[in-house]
Design a protein around this ligand. Structure first.
Ligand SMILES: [Zn+2]
Length: 361
């Protein structure tokens, strides 16, 4: 089966790093803004608004990129807004052939109209369940798990960690911290991570995106994260003087590879925020060849104007990957998911392997 956008869309895909507030449909942003009286959007029609989001995100700075979220977060402050965005997220991912997704968002950013943290999570989870039911009713299949994010510049991470554990049996799979990296090292939130570890709960940390190796080292050595959000700057600890096979790894890079720490790589987003200069310079291929546990992710589908299938196609076009590579990246992601081991295995055996067997012919 030739590798095209259409054929990749039919292949089963697993997504670990996708932001709920970074994946809205432009038309939904407009309609929700109208419904809740938010009048600060930079455009009045869906096409122009979609283009605005992409262009603003293309500026090459993480700080500027993060500004675009003021608009999406503004229309996600009501039960209806949260439910609809969550439901449509599930429908859009399923439409793209994603069979398993972990979608994250920061509940603390959705309290402007009086909802409590618990209510924000409840409405969002209800939207995810509605989306799953709609997909199932239409003959599709998708499992969506929610991750709760704390903002690294704020001081609510312990509270959000507790919220994560409180909802662990109701659709929340793990915890994360996100936001501007420079000046806000993960160790600022040590008590939150200690709480997660004490409760045998999973977490990932955005680290090694805008900021270098020290951020990754802290996330692993002091915070004890299960996965790295992005982690592209792990390359600061790898030198390749000649052939890739002779690459020299420093202690942190060795640790990441030896312990199979999953890297949640987001090719388009990493280029947009300036974490890597261009797609052909993205270390995805180097890390894949060195057998790090690499995974393909979307990060923010609206800001990057992307989908899982498009991210995979870009990698295929840039690095020449085939179906067996895409299958390996997908199994990498599924192995690294924050759901019980038997459930991961079931999706790998029942959905992913048979799906790629068809593609491989
Ligand atoms: Zn992210």
């Amino acid at each position: 089966m030739p590798l095209t956008l259409a054929s990749i869309r039919r292949a089963p895909k697993a997504l670990l790093h996708d932001h709920l507030d970074g994946g809205l449909r432009p038309a939904t942003v407009l309609e929700l803004a109208e419904a809740c009286g938010y009048d600060e959007l930079p455009a009045t029609d869906a096409d122009t608004l979609g283009t605005w989001f992409r262009d603003a995100a293309d500026s090459g700075s993480l700080e500027r990129y993060l500004e675009t979220f003021a608009h999406t977060v503004a229309v996600m402050q009501t039960p209806e807004g949260l439910r609809r965005v969550a439901r449509e997220c599930v429908e859009d991912l399923a439409e793209d052939g994603v069979v398993y997704a972990e979608v994250r968002f920061a509940p603390e950013q959705h309290l402007n109209r009086g909802l409590t943290l618990d209510e924000v999570v409840e409405h969002t989870l209800a939207g995810f369940r509605e989306g799953e039911e709609l997909v199932a009713a239409a003959g599709g299949r998708i499992t969506v798990v929610c991750l709760l994010t704390a903002m690294r510049h704020a001081a609510r991470s312990r509270e959000i960690a507790e919220l994560t554990v409180r909802f662990r049996d109701r659709g929340v799979g793990g915890f994360d911290i996100a936001g501007a990296e420079a000046g806000y090292p993960p160790t600022r939130h040590l008590d939150a991570f200690e709480y997660m570890r004490a409760n045998s709960a999973h977490f990932t940390i955005h680290a090694g995106e805008a900021f270098g190796l020290p951020s990754i080292h802290e996330a692993l050595a002091y915070c004890g994260c299960d996965r790295l959000g992005h982690g592209v700057r792990i390359t600061d600890d790898i030198s390749v003087p000649g052939a890739i096979a002779d690459a020299e790894l420093g202690l942190v890079a060795k640790y990441v590879r030896d312990t199979r720490i999953p890297l949640e790589l987001c090719p388009s987003s990493n280029v947009q925020t300036g974490a890597v200069p261009s797609l052909d310079k993205h270390p995805f291929d180097l890390l894949a060849r060195l057998r790090f546990r690499v995974t393909v992710n979307t990060d923010n589908r609206l800001m990057s104007d992307t989908t899982m299938s498009r991210e995979m196609l870009k990698l295929v076009e840039t690095f020449g990957y085939g179906w067996s590579d895409l299958e390996r990246f997908t199994i990498n992601a599924m192995k690294s998911a924050f759901i019980p081991f038997p459930d991961r295995l079931k999706i790998i055996d029942d959905v992913i392997k048979p799906g790629y067997a068809v593609m491989l012919g």
